[in-house]
Design a binder for this molecule. Sequence first.
Ligand SMILES: [Ca+2]
Ligand SMILES: [Ca+2]
Ligand SMILES: [Ca+2]
Length: 346
Amino acid sequence: MSIAVGCAVMVCAVAALVGCCAGASGVILHPAGEPNLAVWQDRPTTTVIGRWGSNASCVVVSPNCIVTTRHQGGSAATVIRVDGVAYGIDRIWNHPQADLRVVRLLGAAFNDFVDLYDAGGEIGRSVVIGGYGLIRDQELATGGTVYGYSWQATGNTVLRMGTNRIDSIPPPTLGDTYTSEILAADFDGLGSGFATQYECTVARHDSGGGWFIKRDGQWRLAGLSRSIEAHYAEGHEDDPNYILEQSWFRNRGQPELSDPDYLDAVRIGPYADWIRLALGSPMPGDLNEDLRVDFADAAILGWHWGRTDCASPDFCGRADFEPDGDVDFDDLAWLAVHWLTPGLDP
Ligand SMILES: [Ca+2]
Ligand SMILES: [Ca+2]
Ligand SMILES: [Ca+2]
């Protein structure tokens, strides 16, 4: 990847961040209207991809948890929609460095969820990409040759899915708001020889949507859509005030040249253990559910020490861990046994 592309991607990530009230990073497909999800079945089930608030996407990874990116924002009041049902948030775990969060939903009991892909070897693998983002609008052409598509301004309430192939695992970009391991692909033109059957890229509001790899006959989550190559009005290259909401696969000035857009995703594999800790929470002794048993938990236990009035649902800030109504040496034992576990340094 050239430095120029790297810069463009960085600007785009910022643009996605700034634009989140207006939007985050739809699956843009060619040909338009394909694939028909009622006919195309070699893909994850649609019910494992949800909507995060009004501006992003998410993926169901357990009976009651989703994962998504962080850069689109959101709060404890954000509403998540999965298969048409709205859910509130019970708990959010933000990864300390990566553009990644796990969110436990209130009242959720999903039958459909995906396992995490952590087997490595992603380069060259086919992926199915899905999300509640914007879709393509007009074709863009120079001298009669189509080089890309503009995006529709609205319409990010419909799930779309397409395919691509992972080209590389670029080094994490240090110095951004988040430092994430990533997977990269490109939006090849139809008939280029590199394009997959339903070659797609992502657009605004697809952030947090899934990149899925099929392994052992099962679709697993390998990535979360994160950023795309930015395009600018002519004469305003690299000016974030002149970003065009477009996806290209040929050069605008010289459309005879193939020039597929870059797109990337937060890579799930390196974070799979951290995600699984959150999915397994609460773990014994982790009173504040920050996935570590340490002094912060001891402080909570100390604060409630000696109480005998612990009751559902809070159980004295969960200091009464077993729970049996009091905070005593039985509860301290949970901390002692699991002290400074699990020792995952994120
Ligand atoms: Ca491609
Ligand atoms: Ca803790
Ligand atoms: Ca107790």
